[in-house]
Design a protein around this ligand. Structure first.
Ligand SMILES: [Zn+2]
Length: 247
């Protein structure tokens, strides 16, 4: 290389102070420099190993998301809706270094809440007033949804969620699958259907299946994880862990 040659011509007899420039190909007469180079390689390997352990992604402080199951009973307290299974939710959020903690359930005695309208806002407004909290997300299990003309457990895919920057209320049919709870809680802390694929084109948990009995993927993209972790309901700074993002 011309640059290197001219450098050497100007100062032909002086050892370069830099390991990179020393060109120590012979391995002789440069003891301290060789040692320094070996140390640098060792340090580089150590850092590289750290990266591999975290799949080349930076470590994150574990955060916590509390979720309160909310079950709906008839006005007289009978016939409570079932409680959602949160096993998939816990697995999915852990990928974004969020520990989901289920807290004590609430039972609301109000028959009219058992059927939520996908369109009308009145019932949902009342429900929001009853369950919205900046401390925890609510996971409300209802019996059916309606969109005006149709009524059933598969209307609006069996789930519907309201949220703002500090609170979230996920609603789902009580006999829906465990994956649906993860998808709806994903909405509750800011996830949108526009987050349904990651940079690599893989689907994420925010891609709806449209059917409460059909599970989608449990992938979480980096972008989606960031949205969840920024939401007011995910709190705290725990131990550092590796996220498990799909992109
Ligand atoms: Zn959705």
């Amino acid at each position: 290389m011309a640059g290197l040659k001219s450098y050497r011509r100007r100062r032909p007899r002086r050892a370069s102070p830099s390991v990179m420039r020393s060109g120590n190909r012979s391995g002789s007469g440069n003891g301290p420099e060789l040692e320094a180079a070996q140390d640098a390689v060792k340090a580089g390997l150590k850092n590289a190993t750290k990266g591999v352990a975290c799949k080349n992604r930076s470590r994150l402080r574990m955060k916590t998301l509390k979720v309160k199951p909310v079950r709906i009973a008839d006005d007289d307290g009978s016939n409570k809706t079932g409680k959602a299974d949160m096993s998939v939710t816990k697995r999915v959020f852990k990928k974004a270094a969020i520990d989901v903690q289920e807290i004590s359930e609430t039972v609301l005695k109000k028959t009219s809440y058992k059927e939520m309208s996908h369109l009308g806002k009145e019932a949902k407004k009342d429900l929001w007033k009853d369950v919205a909290s900046t401390d925890h997300a609510a996971l409300v299990t209802v019996e059916t949804f309606n969109d005006g003309s149709k009524v059933g457990r598969k209307v609006t895919g069996g789930g519907y969620t309201w949220n703002n920057a500090r609170a979230g209320m996920a609603m789902m049919v009580h006999d829906g699958g465990s994956w649906l709870a993860a998808h709806e809680l994903g909405h509750a802390v800011g996830g949108k259907h526009s987050h349904q694929t990651d940079k690599s084109g893989n689907n994420t948990v925010m891609k709806p299946t449209g059917d409460p009995d059909v599970a989608g993927t449990e992938n979480v993209s980096k972008k989606l994880g960031r949205v969840w972790r920024r939401h007011g309901l995910t709190k705290g700074r725990g131990a550092k862990v590796c996220p498990d993002y799909s992109d």
